[in-house]
Design a binder for this molecule. Structure first.
Ligand code: NA7
Length: 540
């Protein structure tokens, strides 16, 4: 399979797409379909994005496979067989490689290439893009599909270099894998990633120490294998599903329950929660009762329901209480799915180390130091998350009109228009940028495809009208930021500290990174912008 050559020093393209994950592959496909000369750049050595980098033990998608896919090709939908309801990372990576091969995308993708800078020139209406391969690309359209959870966060622990064992961040897991069998392993972080790692490696390692700063409300993932009959049943639903996912709250096949939770009797409430629980998917959270996001009483009841479920799973009551969140309400931070997570703590080789009050002091030669005690380890796994939403672009050193820096701007105030463009940065398009549902409240494939379609339509319009540039006006951006904030502030989410609000990155300005008005509503705003020929955007 040929790949794009990296020999040219400066080359002009009709569009540069950054990233060859779910969004980037589709964006490349759509722009090429329009006849554009496109170059995609990706830091990885293969396609896959999130599914290329996050190859840690237990990595698994937590949207159902039959809706976590592309809809643009009937042939692809017919050909590709999902083996499970929630497939493991290798299967999703294989799928994306299959897509890249089928649509011959690789020839326009340059791997092992990181964008180091991008500068807009108002006179020529072109972006100049520099890479760590010392190349320069010039293009009118700079489309970032660099991911919303792709800039890994590593806390500045003291004495990293002293540790004689191995250290790996889950989002930079070695391609050759890591042999953990029989080893003494420490995991730092108990978010969605840490939970997947812990439940997977607990049986394999000799000792597992989990360094937990904050517990989470993990809910069950009920995975299942699919046979041909199950796949046929899903295929029969594809025509309806590819439409309906765009109109639900979070881009899934299910939507919120109708009817008010508080109108139910206590018995009916329990029955309703048990029914949602039994589904074993994120539907307990974003397909449940929307009042849970606004009403403290409802939230408290649902939170207590989940707490009881956790208590029932963990044998040691002291450990159980440590695993139960009390300082935030259920669903106000990302809800992880689990299968054997809580059971892991019933094993003799697993120990929970509470670092909420006594932080990790740093590394020693032999392991980690907490509260003056050394925990001896062979391997430390950092499941410490990402600089979400803004991190990927902020690390690229992007300069727009009048030389303004996107990194500087977002360091002070994270703003965008519909999460698709930023005032002051003409012809920069962002897929999964901040302030769109795709940053957190969406089945990613639904929102990524919708945003790519919007960007493609926009570029097609500019070309048809012989226009050189598009940029949202300040007023348009103010409108979107205000609407976004009003929607966010009406929820209980703003009271919780997590990556959703940027609290996991020191100095990051606080704002809900993801639009929470719903995928259907968001799509309508985007469609209105397109149908009004980009009212509120400056076209030149
Ligand atoms: P998360 O959800 O941001 O989790 C990171 C975890 O790392 C979390 O438990 C943090 O504790 C912990 N952490 C971070 N820094 C430290 C230090 N210094 N000491 C101890 N513990 C620390 O990232 P994930 O990768 O799990 O998930 C990100 C998203 O990817 C997920 O939501 C899905 O959408 C996919 P904290 O909570 O900050 O106290």
């Amino acid at each position: 399979m040929s790949t794009a050559s990296s020999s040219a020093a400066t080359e002009k393209f009709d569009a540069i797409v950054v990233g060859a994950g779910i969004a980037g592959l589709y964006q490349l496909y759509r722009l090429r379909e329009m006849g554009l000369k496109v170059r995609s750049l990706d830091a990885g050595s293969q396609v896959g994005g999130t599914w290329y980098w996050n190859r840690y033990p237990g990595a698994r998608v937590d949207s159902q496979s039959y809706i976590y896919q592309y809809w643009f090709s009937d042939e692809l939908l017919e050909e590709w067989d999902w083996s499970q309801r929630f497939p493991a990372q290798p299967e999703t990576e294989r799928y994306l490689n299959y897509v890249a091969d089928k649509f011959e995308l690789r020839k326009d993708i340059q791997f092992n290439t990181t964008v180091t800078a991008a500068n807009w020139d108002a006179e020529t209406a072109l972006w100049t893009i520099n890479t760590d391969t010392d190349e320069t690309f010039v293009t009118p359209y700079f489309v970032s599909c660099a991911g919303m959870l792709s800039a890994p966060q590593t806390p500045p622990f003291a004495n990293f270099e002293k540790f004689r064992g191995a250290i790996a961040h889950t989002a930079r897991w070695p391609r050759e894998g890591m042999d953990l069998a029989g080893k003494r392993v420490g995991v730092i972080g108990t978010g969605a990633t840490g939970i997947q790692v812990i439940q997977t490696i607990a049986k394999e390692v000799s000792e597992l120490k989990v360094f937990q700063r904050s517990p989470q409300y993990a809910i069950p993932m009920r995975n299942e294998d699919y046979d041909d009959a199950a796949r046929d049943a899903w295929r029969a639903q594809y025509p309806a599903l590819r439409e309906s996912v765009h109109h639900t709250f979070a881009g899934f096949d299910y939507n919120f329950e109708t009817g008010a939770y508080l109108d139910l009797s206590p018995e009916q409430r329990t029955a309703a929660l048990e029914r949602l629980w039994a589904d074993g998917s994120l539907s307990f959270w974003i397909g449940g009762y929307p009042e849970m996001f606004f009403d403290e009483t409802v939230n408290a009841e649902v939170s207590e329901f989940v707490r009881q479920k956790i208590r029932a799973r963990v044998k040691d009551p002291v450990v159980a209480e440590k695993l139960i969140p009390t300082h935030f309400g259920f669903g106000t931070a990302r809800v992880p799915l689990e299968t054997e997570y809580y059971d892991a703590y019933n094993r003799d080789n697993v120990q929970l180390v509470d670092v909420s009050e006594t932080p990790i002091e740093g590394f020693t030669e032999n392991g980690l130091l907490v509260d003056g005690r050394e925990y001896e380890l062979d391997v430390v796994i950092l499941a410490t998350g990402f600089d979400a939403g803004t991190g990927a672009l902020s690390r690229m050193d992007v300069h727009g009109r009048d030389g303004r820096s996107l990194t500087e701007q977002w360091r002070k105030d994270i703003r965008s228009t519909l999460g698709l463009q930023v005032h002051g940065f003409p012809n920069l398009f962002t897929v999964a940028g901040p302030l769109a549902p795709s940053t957190a409240f969406c089945n990613m494939t639904t929102c990524l495809q919708q945003q790519v379609d919007w960007i493609t339509d926009c570029i097609a319009y500019l070309r048809k009208q012989d226009l050189k540039a598009i940029e949202p006006s300040l007023e348009k951006e103010d409108w979107w930021v205000k609407h976004h904030d009003d929607t966010a502030n009406a929820t209980l989410l703003m009271a919780t500290h997590s990556w959703y609000t940027g609290d996991n990155v020191e100095g990051k300005p606080r704002r809900l990174l993801s639009y929470i008005g719903g995928v259907g509503a968001y799509r309508q705003f985007c469609d209105e912008a397109r149908d009004s020929h980009y009212e509120g955007f400056a076209l030149s």
